[in-house]
Write a protein that binds this ligand. Sequence first.
Ligand SMILES: [Zn+2]
Length: 402
Amino acid sequence: MKISPLVFLLAGAHGFAPVSNMASRSSPLAMSTETEAGKKAFAQLPASVKPGVVTGQALVDLLQHAKKEGWAIPGVNIVGTNSINSCMEAAAKYGGPIMVTFSKGGGQFIAGKSLGNEEDSASIAGCVAGAKHVREVAALYNVPVILHTDHCQKAWLPWMDGLLAANEEYYKDHGEPLFSSHMLDLSEESLEENIGICKEYMEKFAKLDILLEFELGVTGGEEDGVDNTEIDSARLYTQPEEVFYAYEQLSQVPNAAFTCAASFGNVHGVYAPGNVELRPVILHNTQEYISEKLDSEDKKPMLFVFHGGSGSSPEDIQYAIDAGVIKMNIDTDTQWAYWDGVREYEAKHHDYLQGQIGNPDGDDKPNKKYYDPRMMLRAGEEAMAERLCKAAEDLNCVNVLN
Ligand SMILES: [Zn+2]
């Protein structure tokens, strides 16, 4: 069946009714832009994109703009307010948007590792708490922030249902969802079941102006308790026909907006060079295939996201961006950066960190200002932010706001 241009326009990432009741009313920044109707908050971005959390049509506008301009947003896994703030600090420095990403395990960590996690109660509460932290401070950093959640496999859907309930509640009060987008990863299931479940959730998401990220094919490697290191390598490469099938199915949902994590040999984690063969040409071929099938003017109808970006060469990243990648996930590299900052801090001040009293300056000298946990945590934050500025460079995401 040929899809008419009108349907195509309404489909995919063109969904979402304008969100009339923007959430960040308490922020003076948001208020000033509201009173001066039509005034852009960021000179280079679509007028709908304001500082703070971006949802609904504004998010779609932002992602389409990124695709058109040829840059991608860093999507970063966080585990608490330190890494969250580090993301926003970095975004303010490199002058671009940031995607703050909560995993199920990260949410549980935010709630507290001592808690039980019956029915994902801690994972849900932690993600919601983290999201509310972002909601409260994001506009102060004066950058667009996307609130997102990471891989959710079939067995984890109760976690997603809990997040949906939180979105619904937030929507009632603020006219927009708490989170900007959620990922569903049913790539272990058959294509039909994967997209069937995605469509079911797309219907729920679309009612709340939430964008869906879905996965086709399997991202290799291991992350957050999901181990795909032994997977058949053929499954690491998504077929264009599969992406088109998903595109068609999801586009049937009114107000749908989605992005696709297609596999092109990408893996979670950092591996020795030569172990992974990235074939971003798969993304190019897929765009061409869909564009032809839709008989569309748009040569890149799909918004792609890139999982397992850590350790990729700048050339592969650039090639993927050319193929319509608008977000790249970074976890392993920022984990290392955070630790490396702490390690460096300890190495530098080692002799001042061996007891509460006594250091090279004297046996009775106090060390409080060195072992205050904020010192170590801040060192990690700074190193992580610095690493993210490098990531933003690779993604052409520097100075894209004003
Ligand atoms: Zn991933």
